[in-house]
Design a protein around this ligand. Structure first.
Ligand SMILES: *Cc1c(COP(=O)(O)O)cnc(C)c1O
Length: 811
């Protein structure tokens, strides 16, 4: 904890403000005030940061590096204050200066360097590593433009650049002296020197990778770890730049632009893969810069390079950073002069890999030509890894050419990144039990058979510090009043809250907290959309990336069906509901963008239909991001986790909702299954096809969406409403959605699960009418959410993967 009293804080703050802005506090804008506060808090953190680093150097502990193309941090001020243990002191101090802390916190731009769950997971993991005293650091890219800003204009998504650095970033420290050179293109000269091959990379295009460090403060434990993000800059023309024709001004500009393009923008694709050359460049860029700086650091500490694997663990978040494998080989062999076998042992022992998806369209593979041209030396190493691996396969599977070519790292003209990740690492983990089982028995069955010891499960988690303590302070207080504070450091102690499941006073208190959070959200909605919503309606929420497999369409069709029933019978006895959606569609994903248009069109019609007496409201909140999630989730009562079974690897928003007392309506997919196991069937609402049924349909066929539609009047009607002008004068507008469901046989089983989903929603309606039942369900969900803290997940990674996990030895 930082020991700072209110008086010192106020003094420091006033001084910082003057020094930074050259004027007195009274003359500043709120933005000035935010900047001064952020900058002061960063100064406070820096002291601990220096001490932490000195401590790591002194003890020589193994360091963990989490490599990820995405870190979706959101805002840093509030959580840093919380973790330093000075949020209350600062709040009071600022109050005495006539400043409201929350107003300043709201001015911070989200750091949105990620698409969704994968990037947010990386952010939660950084928080947990620091809070658990694990020397764990992030490595990624400092994108100049983060995930795009979404505007909804006339019901459609419009993308605008996310210029998050416009007003500067008080949290980062640029470290030009730690810059690294990353080499692209050119060719490799091979020479034989005293019987050994020597590889020289020549005529390459150099790029300067400049690190920006962001402090990651642990919770009340004095630890400050580092998130290092790399920015691409041109190499100084004066030296080390022989291939360049000096004095050619336009060429120089061109070079500058092409270099800076590398860290210019985050690709806005989630669970979708595009073979863009610039993306491959981004991947090698940060992986190479990160590895070079890590190895230099360890060498400076005087460790023997042959023991590197005892001093560092490198985790790769999905296959995006998988070039860490050949790049580490390159550094060890070409720069440190180590032979292949030792380099391979160190590499395997160092690298571990998380698989995030089984969606075929998300698996990365790069055309050989592109790869080879851009990264000639790395390609040679991958080729050699593949050659040795295939030799192994030949010995095992004599004559089974089909199997061998299916498993090869290089085949069909492509480099397959997931195969490289499995072969070149000592651990492969899935992100929820079901996901890991599917990996083992379906997607990666061949690899599992060969390397069973590598495969393991690490069910995802979320940091309860951001997603409960920070975002839901009233619920946090209720927990403190009822069960004390031990759960803050030991989140599974939240189980003690279950004792209050039937306690009427606690139920009442919980209801009031939820209602306050609902009112807070209702105000945001009124401000953003001018729509008035009823705080006593059920807040039914689906917020996440828009994607066919997540099935926002199922939710929307069900709303359309309910609306049909209500227009026929306005006195239909239902609890009023507010349907809240938010989420971004990838700019090139046509169907997803159409889904947004459908939701907003359905909202327009329903929200303005006087006949249904305000029983239904449909809201689409624009620009979903971490800070908006922090306002929505504490206000949610029903959590929609309705992906096609087997498609959502884990999900993490399901955990955030549960921790904030929402009841989950879900398919038995991803971590929903583990939530069900925790709370029991009575405290969750499950529907839909099982894993077995879905896999059977995919393997054996036998599903006809058309027949399902014809056999159900409700489905016939709502699908027809997509094309009969009901929601748009333009009858073509939602035709793609209609065709996806009916012409192309509904690959995500929306219609198949429709009836089951409606019945589940009716159960929700009747459960909600029983006040005491609903509140007790909510209490039980909160009480069992502790296991989904990312502290538990990180503990498992640390002991099972980064510490004493399986170690590869040379024979
Ligand atoms: C948690 C989170 C996600 C992941 O949501 P899922 O429902 O698990 O896909 C995506 N975006 C943001 C901003 C989040 O906070």
């Amino acid at each position: 904890m930082l020991r700072i009293d209110k008086k010192t804080f106020k003094h420091d703050y006033i001084e910082k403000f003057r020094e930074m802005h050259g004027k007195d506090l009274s003359e500043g804008t709120d933005n000035n005030r935010y900047e001064a506060l952020g900058s002061l808090i960063r100064d406070y953190v820096v002291e601990k940061w220096i001490r932490t680093n000195k401590c790591y150097n002194r003890t020589g502990e193994k360091q963990v590096y989490y490599f990820s193309m995405e870190f979706l941090l959101g805002r840093l001020l509030g959580n840093t204050l919380l973790n330093l243990g000075i949020r209350d002191t600062c709040k009071e101090g600022l109050n005495e200066l006539g400043i409201d802390l929350e107003t300043l916190e709201d001015l911070e731009q989200d750091q949105g360097l990620g698409n969704g769950g994968l990037g947010r997971l990386a952010a939660c993991f950084l928080d947990s590593m620091a809070s658990l005293n694990i020397p764990g650091h992030g490595c990624g890219i400092r994108y100049k433009y983060g995930f795009f800003e979404q505007k909804i204009i006339n019901g459609s998504q419009v993308e605008a650049p996310d210029n998050w650095l416009r007003d500067g970033n008080v949290w980062e420290i640029k470290k030009p002296d730690k810059a690294q050179i990353v080499k692209f293109g050119g060719e490799v000269r091979v020479e034989s020197l005293n019987g050994e091959l020597k590889f020289t990379h020549m005529n390459y295009d150099p790029v300067l990778a400049v690190p920006y460090d962001i402090p990651v403060a642990g919770y009340e434990n004095n630890v400050v770890n580092t998130l290092r993000l790399w920015s691409a800059e041109p190499v100084n023309n004066e030296f080390d730049f022989s291939s360049f024709n000096r004095g050619d001004y336009l060429k120089a500009i061109e070079y500058k632009n092409s270099v800076e393009a590398i860290s210019q923008v985050l690709y806005p694709d989630d669970s979708l893969y595009e073979g863009k050359r610039l993306r491959l460049k981004q991947q090698y860029f940060f992986v190479s810069a990160g590895l070079q700086s890590i190895i230099k650091h360890h060498k400076k500490q005087g460790i023997d390079i042959r023991n590197l694997d005892e001093k560092m663990a490198i985790h790769i978040n999905d296959t995006h950073p998988v070039l860490a494998i050949p790049e580490l080989m390159r550094i060890l062999m070409d720069e440190e002069g180590i032979g292949w076998d030792d380099a391979w042992r160190i590499t395997i022992n160092t690298i571990s890999y998380t698989n995030h998806t089984i969606l075929a369209e998300a698996l990365e593979k790069w055309p050989i030509d592109m790869f080879k041209k851009l990264l000639p030396r790395i390609y040679m190493i991958v080729e050699e890894i593949n050659r040795r691996f295939c030799e192994d396969l030949w010995n095992r599977y004599i004559g089974q050419w089909d199997k061998i070519s299916k498993m090869a790292i290089i085949s069909d003209g492509y480099v397959k990144m997931a195969h490289l990740a499995v072969v070149g690492s000592h651990s492969v983990n899935g992100v929820a039990k079901l996901h890991t089982e599917i990996l083992k028995k379906q997607e990666m069955a061949n690899f599992y058979y060969m390397y069973p010891h590598k495969f393991n499960n690490k069910t995802n988690g979320i940091t309860h510090r951001r997603w409960l303590i920070k975002s839901n302070p009233e619920l946090t207080n209720l927990l403190k009043e009822t069960i004390g504070r031990s759960w803050i450091k030991h989140p599974t102690d939240m189980e003690n809250f279950e004792r209050f499941a039937e306690d009427k006073a606690v139920q009442q208190k919980l209801y009031e907290i939820k209602r306050n959070n609902k009112i807070h959200l209702a105000n945001i909605i009124a401000e953003q959309q001018g729509i008035t919503i009823n705080p006593d309606s059920i807040f039914d929420v689906q917020v996440k990336r828009i994607h066919a497999y997540k099935r926002q369409t199922l939710n929307c069709l069900r709303i359309m069906e309910l609306y049909n029933r209500l227009t026929e019978n306005p006195d239909l006895n239902i609890v009023p509901r507010t349907f809240i959606f938010a989420g971004k569609a990838a700019p090139g994903y046509y169907l997803a963008k159409k889904t947004i248009e459908l939701i907003t069109a359905v909202g327009d019609k329903i929200n303005n239909d006087k006949r249904i007496k305000d029983k239904l409201k449909v809201v689409f909140l624009e620009n979903y991001r971490v800070s908006l999630a922090e306002s929505i989730i504490p206000a949610a009562e029903l959590s929609e986790q309705i992906s096609t079974t087997t498609k959502e690897a884990s999900g993490t928003s399901n955990m955030k909702f549960m921790m904030n007392g929402a009841i989950t309506i879900a398919t038995l997919d991803g971590a929903n299954i583990e939530i069900r196991d925790e709370v029991g069937d009575d405290n969750i609402v499950i529907f839909g096809l099982t894993e077995r049924e879905v896999l059977d349909y995919y393997q054996k066929g036998g599903y006809s969406a058309w027949n399902t539609c014809q056999g159900d009047e409700r489905i016939k009607r709502v699908t027809n409403d997509l094309i009969n002008g009901c929601y748009s004068y333009d009858r073509e507008k939602f035709k793609t959605i209609y065709e996806h469901l009916l012409t192309y046989n509904d690959e995500f089983f929306v219609l198949k699960d429709f009836d089951s989903y409606l019945k589940a929603q009716d159960r929700v309606d009747s459960l909600y009418r029983d006040f005491s039942k609903w509140q007790s369900m909510s209490i039980i969900n909160i009480a069992h959410s502790g296991i989904f803290s990312s502290d538990r997940t990180i503990q498992e990674y640390a002991t099972g993967i980064w510490g004493s996990g399986y170690l590869y030895k040379n024979l």
